[in-house]
Design a protein around this ligand. Structure first.
Ligand code: GLN
Length: 286
């Protein structure tokens, strides 16, 4: 390749390099946009610009690292969630678009109700759910729990940088908030069955925390069971709960919730791909 490499030439090289290694070609755009420090609109106008040697070198290094399986988000240090930039590391799950759907659904469900709800996010990871809810529902009082102290460092950094006001507590599920009742409980717990772990992409299984992903050996639903058992004493009678679930866990998680909360309606909602993705628990009075 010539010394004076242009943006479109760098992208051509990277796309075919990534394709050869079975990675998504879109990663090339994300990495180069990052190294050029521009927004998408500017990026698309720069296709004929010549890259500085430093940018070209850094870009090639990242493309090669991604081809080996390192997630793009770990290379650039962030992922966008609900329009905001969240720092990530290998100590937290990288926020997924499916979880944006969960958050949108929570916001929509609460919009006509209690305007200053108390919200608990169990297993907050990067804090994406809790921080987004706190910023989108400014009167909400949001508390977020995680068992991992390293995850909480990431979440607190995100909270402070994004100007949110979430209270973060370390511990296992409800342990740090013992005795409290909530208007809203939300969680994206680890739900991948251990037996499916080996089939996950290298970018996930070698680089994202198993602690945030693996539910249990068999069906991956053990966290829903543990949470459901506590809901009768932690969710207000008028309260709602929302859970992200795996695409094949709808019926199972619905039945777990119904078993522990016989007076409440429970529904399963699909994501934009038509897959079961959210389980919603309604107030007792409805
Ligand atoms: N949606 C994630 C994945 O498929 C899993 C998230 C979770 O276990 N909570 O990688």
């Amino acid at each position: 390749m010539s010394e004076r490499i242009r943006v479109y030439e760098a992208l051509q090289w990277a796309s075919s390099f990534l394709e050869k290694h079975g990675r998504e070609m879109r990663a090339a755009d994300i990495l180069l946009k990052h190294h050029l420090h521009v927004k998408w609109t500017e990026f698309h106008l720069k296709r004929r610009d010549v890259l500085s040697p430093a940018v070209w070198e850094a870009f090639q290094k990242d493309v090669k690292a991604h081809s080996q399986g390192i997630p793009v988000q770990h290379l650039i240090g962030y992922e966008f969630f609900y329009g905001r930039r969240f720092s990530v590391s290998n100590k937290v799950l990288i926020p997924r678009p499916e979880t944006e759907e969960l958050v949108a659904h929570v916001i929509e469900s609460l919009s006509s109700k209690n305007d200053s709800p108390t919200i608990l996010d169990l297993g907050t990871g990067s804090g994406a759910i809790a921080i987004t809810l706190a910023l989108e529902i400014p009167k909400a009082k949001v508390c977020a729990v995680d068992i991992s102290e390293e995850a909480l460092h990431v979440a607190i950094e995100n909270n402070d940088r994004l100007g949110a006001n979430v209270t973060f507590l370390q511990g296992d599920l409800f342990a740090p908030v013992e005795g409290k009742k909530w208007d809203v409980i939300v969680a994206n717990p680890p739900y991948i069955p251990k037996k499916e772990w080996e089939q996950l992409d290298v970018t996930v299984k070698d680089h994202e925390p198993a602690l945030a992903l693996i539910g249990d050996e068999d069906k991956g639903v053990s966290f829903y069971e543990e949470i459901a058992r506590k809901l009768p004493v932690t969710l207000k009678k008028t309260g709602f709960a929302f859970f992200e679930i795996g695409y094949n866990q709808g019926a199972e998680v619905k039945s777990i919730m119904e078993q522990h909360l016989p007076k409440r309606k429970v529904t399963v909602k699909k994501d934009i791909n038509g897959k079961d993705r959210i389980v919603q628990v309604y107030p007792e009075s409805e």
